[in-house]
Design a protein around this ligand. Structure first.
Ligand code: C2O
Ligand code: CU
Ligand code: CU
Length: 445
């Protein structure tokens, strides 16, 4: 560390870890961990991370939700080739800014407090590589948030939810997705698995005091969406933040629909429970299946409170005369490509679908055929309308970077990029859809 920046090194490597009791699972992990190490950083203070690739495949690191200069944003062909002289798996050097063995990523963290995450973004192989473990949290904090009387310390818990499937010997099961010119794809809805991991542990039980907790929930699943609820009243969710940080004021939810890559920052109140009680976090979209349990250990003092006003963030009104762009997310063929497309095109790293001037508000319209969680790099957006109505869904508030768009729905968002010129991405965050080319480059100018 020096006055302006903190330096870290992360080694991407295989590791054999115990996820299911008594079995060993080989993963690809940042520092051999699943999830990878959590970066806990201050707004405005730069984080510089040297990523060393000791795997035998090429990798790319992206900070999801980061206001990141393009050379550090994880363009899918800015590959880190394996340090050990491996052949790079499926990839060869050439089309991007490829580096040998390692690459240094610079994150200025010039943004408000928010729950970000980092994950692999390798062209065509993001889904299997994230599935095998290449994801972790990057939490940005600031004074505005620190000054709120919210639960802190061990009463602030990240919940990284990810579904995974295992073979009888403990190895991760990821199906081979057939790809190639003219090949009919499989797993068109993405890969859904039967074991729910929270922070890398299957269906964990967490002991809590009978007080309020802050849960930072991330859906790190490749394709599964959840409707989270508690099986036993009165616990509900008071949402205080979304992808891009604090809301202006809290929102109550009896249940929480969370699509891949979305984050919900919530307060859960356990004060009405008795020691010994168990409260299960369930997924209503999967027959109320267990996600994890909270076991109430003891009564304790709680001096926290959820203020009516959380942040100075204010809703930006719809500008008149803003530039509009439409992004159509559809199943389709494009030349030899079979799979998913944006505006009728499969991802081509040589094609920029838009030139977007910095510092101007634009209204982007997302149009879908089936469910797609749409994600934009570099800047968060504000949802303006859903299904033709300015009445948003309960989950649309605040600054978002991923928005869950339901079948045949139209969502308008307000977006503005600043500071960084270069190549960025818009894509579906169903990771199999992304790998099946439902991604587009745009350039900020
Ligand atoms: Cu979380 Cu472009 O991805
Ligand atoms: Cu991203
Ligand atoms: Cu999709």
């Amino acid at each position: 560390s020096d006055a302006k920046a903190d330096y870290y090194q992360v080694v991407q490597r295989k590791a054999s870890i115990e996820i299911l009791p008594g079995l060993k699972t080989e993963i690809m992990g940042y520092d051999g961990l699943l999830p990878g190490p959590t970066f806990d950083v201050r707004s405005g203070r730069t984080t510089i991370i040297e990523q060393v690739n000791q795997l035998d495949v090429a990798t790319v690191v992206h900070l999801h939700g980061g206001h990141t200069p393009a050379p550090s944003d994880g363009w899918p062909l800015d590959l880190i080739m394996p340090e050990n002289g491996g052949h790079g798996g499926h990839h060869m050097m050439g089309d991007g800014d490829t580096t040998m063995g390692k690459r240094t990523y610079t994150y200025p963290n010039t943004q408000r407090a928010a729950t970000l995450w980092y994950h692999d973004h390798t062209m065509d192989y993001t889904a299997p590589q994230v599935y095998r473990g290449l994801f972790g949290l990057h939490i940005i904090r600031d004074d505005e948030e620190d000054n709120l009387p919210l639960p802190k310390g061990d009463r602030e818990i990240p919940l990284v939810i990810a579904d995974r499937a295992f073979d009888a010997d403990g190895s991760l099961l990821y199906p081979a997705l057939p790809t190639g010119p003219g090949v009919e794809p499989k797993y068109m809805e993405g890969v859904i698995a039967d074991v729910t991991l929270v922070n890398g542990a299957p269906w964990p039980v967490h002991e809590v005091d009978a007080v309020r907790y802050r849960l930072r929930i991330l859906n790190a699943s490749n394709a599964r969406r959840y409707e989270l609820a508690f099986d036993r009243p009165p616990a509900t969710f008071v949402q205080i933040g979304s992808d891009g940080g604090l809301l202006d004021k809290p929102i109550d939810h009896a249940s929480l629909v969370i699509a891949p890559a979305e984050r919900f920052d919530v307060i859960v109140d356990f004060t009405q429970y008795q020691p010994g009680d168990e409260v299960t976090l369930i997924n209503k979209l999967d027959g109320n299946a267990n996600v994890m349990r909270f076991r109430i250990a003891r009564k304790a003092v709680d001096d926290t409170r959820i203020p009516d006003k959380l942040s100075s963030y204010a809703v930006t009104p719809r500008p008149s005369g803003a530039v509009r762009r439409e992004w159509r997310f559809r199943r389709g063929n494009a030349g030899d490509h079979r799979g998913w497309t944006i505006n009728g095109k499969a991802f081509d790293p040589k094609v920029m679908q838009a030139q977007v001037p910095l510092d101007q508000y634009e209204i982007w319209t997302f149009v879908t055929d089936v469910h797609h969680p749409v994600h934009v790099h570099l800047a968060p957006f504000q949802v303006l309308s859903r299904g033709g109505s300015s009445k948003l869904s309960a989950y649309d508030h605040g600054w978002k970077d991923t928005v869950d768009i339901r079948p045949a729905e139209v969502v308008e968002v307000l977006v503005r990029f600043s500071a960084h010129k270069g190549k960025y991405l818009i894509h579906c965050h169903n990771l199999e859809h992304e790998d099946m080319a439902m991604m587009a480059g745009f350039e900020t100018v």
